[in-house]
Design a protein around this ligand. Sequence first.
Ligand SMILES: [Zn+2]
Ligand SMILES: [Zn+2]
Length: 261
Amino acid sequence: MPPLIDTTTDGHVHTRLCNHAVGEMEEYVEKAVQRGLAAIIFLEHLEAEIQYHSRSWLEKEEFDYYFREGMRLKQHYHGIIDVRLGVETGYNPVATSTLQEKLAQYPWDRIGLSCHFHCHKGVHLNLLSRNPISLKRLAAIGINLIVTGYFNALIEAIEIIDCDVLCHLDAVLRHYPGIEFNEDHRQQIELLLDGMQRKEVGLEINTSGFDYRGAPFPAPWIIKSAMERGIQLYAGSDAHQPEDVGRYFDQLPEYLKKIKR
Ligand SMILES: [Zn+2]
Ligand SMILES: [Zn+2]
């Protein structure tokens, strides 16, 4: 039996290039080597046509640097650790062709899929923000409506964007106190998993959740449902500082074994 998850690869790492993480690419690679990982996959933020007060993603200039520096690191660390260059694509339903054009510009080692923003009257609100003002605005629109929109976006995105893995599936409104999904949302999640199974898209077990809520994203029942469909699981720390690389990976085999039972 193959292991339930490969914990020698951190498949989701950011750097200072996204404007909301710290540390150079090489510092993350060094940390991964220290932690004894066999591979590190950078998964930098790509967005299209998002109207937001501060840019939390890379544009062409940063991506050009990302590939130059990434290629150097691949060579420099050859035989020590496998360095891969991926992307976390933030889905925007009204910018699908722009997203596809951007994705076609680089030779990604892995394409992750996420949805980070909700558009309201032409302005985008960050679904993963902890900012109280932002959370208040989202609540005013309606929490159920926001969550429904989020899962609908992902269901659509899986069909449109050619990707390898879906990131932090249930992280929507993760900072909203007492956030809960209703029966309709659960059905949406099952539909989403059906789409992932059909498209052979993997599910990320995002260990940043251990810091936010004591358990990874997504919730155990979602992981179980994915396992039953034979969906591949990928470990990702969602590191936004070098220290985060491979966080809690040692706990994953046991955690997943319990869920599978
Ligand atoms: Zn980020
Ligand atoms: Zn993300």
